[in-house]
Design a protein around this ligand. Structure first.
Ligand SMILES: Cc1cc2nc3c(=O)[nH]c(=O)nc-3n(C[C@H](O)[C@H](O)[C@H](O)COP(=O)(O)O)c2cc1C
Length: 168
């Protein structure tokens, strides 16, 4: 039975929900899945595959996730790994997918960790979950409020990515 680690970084919670959907989708097929925040610094040893993702701020994954990938780069290079990125550009302008996919290019270049796939998912903007400075930035950018997460798209990506990770 395959054992999978799902690691996520979040500041306002939306990416945690997406990580859970990925984990639940795999677990429903009988796999053993652990879902962990990067803040908890999970050990990737002993897993058959790893899926790691983050919400973004200003085109960047959260620092906790970037640090986790860097700290575990050797292990991840020896384990099939997929990335996923959660942002609002995917909600407002999905045609800009290439821009969002490129958010992880510097991390890939720095660490040598090459994902088998990069999932791109719409996130959410619920002002009560954001700090005052963040709300001001969102207001200035006229960001639309709402939860734009598409859990069916997340599940579909998970199903199509599993074989690329060698999972069955
Ligand atoms: C200050 C700030 C900057 C952001 N920058 C981006 C960005 O560059 N690209 C993007 O797609 N979304 C951006 N977002 C939207 C968040 O990525 C989105 O709300 C996401 O759901 C947050 O995930 P999290 O709650 O798991 O951290 C930004 C949000 C804030 C508050």
């Amino acid at each position: 039975m395959s054992k999978v680690l799902v690691v996520y970084g979040t500041k306002s919670g939306s990416t945690a929900g997406i990580a859970e959907k990925i984990g639940d989708t795999l677990a429903a097929t009988g796999m053993t899945v652990n879902i962990k925040s990067a803040v908890d610094k999970p050990d990737p040893a002993g897993y058959d595959a790893v899926i790691v993702g983050s919400g973004v701020r200003a085109s960047n994954w959260h620092g906790s996730v970037k640090s986790w990938v860097s700290a575990n780069a050797d292990a991840l290079k020896g384990t099939p790994t997929a990335f996923f990125t959660v942002g609002l550009i995917m909600a407002a302008t999905p045609e800009k997918a290439d821009t969002i996919r490129a958010y992880t290019d510097p991390l890939i270049a720095e660490t040598g960790v090459t994902p088998v796939a990069i999932g791109l998912f719409a996130g959410s903007y619920e002002p009560s979950k954001f700090s005052m400075p963040e709300r001001l930035i969102m207001k200035a950018m006229k960001t639309k409020e709402g939860d734009f997460r598409d859990f069916e798209a997340v599940a579909a990506w998970t199903v199509e990515t599993a074989p690329l990770l060698g999972l069955s």
